[in-house]
Design a protein around this ligand. Sequence first.
Ligand SMILES: [Zn+2]
Length: 113
Amino acid sequence: MIRMRGRTDKGRRWQQEVDLELAVTLVREHAAVVVNPYTIRRLYTNKAFRNYILTRDNHTCFFCGEYGDTIDHLLPKAKGGHTTPVNCVCACNLCNQSKADQDLEDFIEGRAR
Ligand SMILES: [Zn+2]
């Protein structure tokens, strides 16, 4: 296991154990940096991460192109998706709710029907 450190939105320190695979994914996707061989540091607080994704995507819903201010996981957390820049996109409320825990393919197929 790898130790991951970070800060809450209010500046409090936290740490938790994550498995190696998640640690590698977070670093590869620039959500965390390596501190030492046993420790990584999460780069964004939840709020900062949210702002980062919304700004990157210009507050434009990934699915319908309308204004969006929520974050959606392309591969849902329930299916093993992680909160990383690559797996997260800006979504409008409607798309976020209708997508829920479906993965991307199911969601697009559902809309095409
Ligand atoms: Zn939308």
